[in-house]
Design a protein around this ligand. Structure first.
Ligand code: NAP
Ligand code: F7E
Length: 383
């Protein structure tokens, strides 16, 4: 019998990659998904198994991080060997609009999982992974950030996650639970939510080059992040729960780049060079030049006229509505401990990540345009 894992946040970016990874390792994977008025399982539809299939390996349960009774019942039913607590209101900017909800789902939600395991007498059986975050470092106290760097959270999201982090440490020390924090730095992928900055950029680049959008509006272009690939990071989550002793680990690439750098790289993936001008809210990027053979290869020669017409135009501008009341200016992690103890190292670097995201979004946006033009009958062409 394979091990049984329970993943909260199974419909999210990391939930999808982790499910795939654990299924390949022979796990039976149970996921908690919340009810929504529209389907919210797009990222895991390829893993879905009909409830009528016998001996399913991938099973979904309705649930919510704000509902203790529900979480306790699911854990009782599933009797998991490993719990990956990935569910969260994970958008930093939105957490300023919904601070109480963020505290409830991200902070108290973590407590609910720990307490359910304890009350059900599963402390020996169920190992717990908590999705902690580099946002804990906020206004950074040292560079690069390690497991020993003090925290200084700068958003309701990060403050809620701070509670999550410490309640995991406390339950580990108080009750001997195998509970570990992964302090993960930003990780992205083609499955990243559309309102996080990297995906917002790769989607817009794709739409601009296909003639579907004029300009990409962003907030703080100077913010710096240590961006890795989610596919690499879920391997680290699993590795933490295979250790004899629970512990906390930084997971990061060790390389930081600005939002402006990411924008430049994403456009250059399709052969476009930008020229940045101005400062602060007046900063803009103009489309300076097109490498037509690269563009034809990556996007398609039939769209060359779209970008030829845009040379000299503003394609990126700043919109202060995307600024945060308190910002995290720069993050870069030191994952030495994960490398030494878990044997973890990332396979993707930033250029490879950007390449995969842009290629995926160009394909998606072309497909959307094709469908809107009534091309559904020959959809297979895109699959
Ligand atoms: P994500 O794509 O936003 O996914 C979040 C998941 O949580 C979704 O499945 C979402 O459901 C679910 N969820 C939200 N509120 C819930 C609630 N009240 N009850 C039940 N489920 C709820 O996030 P991600 O990028 O995969 O990140 C996974 C976890 O790692 C999160 O806890 C995040 O805060 C943390 N983290 C992320 C990063 C990163 O760079 N990605 C870095 C460090 C830590 P719906 O699909 O229905 O919305
Ligand atoms: O912002 C700046 C923004 O929203 C990155 C979550 O997964 O990683 C994520 O949080 C930076 C910030 O991610 C826009 O101000 C500029 O400095 O992609 P983001 P995040 O806030 O770093 C951490 C590790 C988590 O734990 C979180 O769950 O980009 N930025 N212009 C922008 N950001 C957004 N979203 N949109 C803009 O237009």
């Amino acid at each position: 019998m394979g091990k049984v894992a329970l993943i909260t946040g199974v419909t999210g970016q990391d939930g999808a990659y982790l499910s795939e990874y654990l299924l390949k390792l022979g796990y039976v994977v149970h996921g908690v998904k919340r009810r929504s008025s529209l389907f919210n399982t797009e990222r895991i539809d390829h893993l879905y198994e009909d409830p009528h299939v016998e001996n399913r390996n991938f099973i979904l349960h309705y649930g919510d991080m704000t509902d203790s009774l529900n979480l306790t019942r699911i854990i009782q039913e599933v009797q998991p060997d490993e719990i990956y607590n990935l569910a969260a209101m994970s958008h930093v900017k939105v957490s300023f609009d919904t601070p109480e909800y963020a505290a409830n789902a991200d902070g108290l939600g973590t407590l609910r999982i720990l307490e359910a395991v304890r009350l059900l007498g599963l402390t020996e059986k169920s190992r717990i992974y908590q999705a902690s975050t580099s946002e804990l470092y906020g206004w950074v106290r040292e560079v690069p950030q390690t497991e020993r760097t003090p925290f200084y959270p700068r958003s309701p999201y990060a403050v809620a996650k701070l509670y999550g982090y410490w309640i995991v440490v406390n339950y580990r020390e108080a009750y001997g639970m195998h509970a570990s924090n992964g302090i993960l730095f930003n990780h992205e992928s083609p499955l990243r939510g559309e309102t996080f900055v990297t995906r917002k950029i790769t989607r817009s680049v794709s739409k601009i080059v296909l003639g579907q959008e004029e300009c990409l509006y962003l907030g703080n272009l100077s913010a710096q992040r240590d961006w890795g690939h989610a596919r690499d990071y879920v391997r680290a989550m699993h590795a933490m729960l295979q250790q004899e002793r629970p512990d906390d680990y930084v997971i990061a690439t060790g390389v930081s780049a600005s939002v402006r750098d990411f924008v430049r790289m994403a456009f250059s993936e399709v052969g476009i060079t930008l020229c940045f001008e101005g400062n602060g809210t007046d900063e803009k990027a103009l489309l300076q030049a097109v490498d037509e053979s690269l563009f034809a290869e990556r996007v398609g020669a039939e769209y060359l006229s779209v970008v030829r017409d845009r040379v000299g135009d503003v394609v990126v501008a700043v919109d202060p509505r995307y600024f945060r009341p308190t910002e995290v200016d720069a993050l870069v992690g030191d994952a030495r401990k994960a490398r030494e103890v878990l044997g973890w190292k990332p396979e993707y670097d930033l250029p490879a990540l950007v390449r995969e995201m842009v290629a995926s979004d160009v394909k998606l946006m072309k497909r959307d345009a094709f469908l809107q033009a009534g091309g559904y009958k020959t959809l297979k062409y895109f699959e």
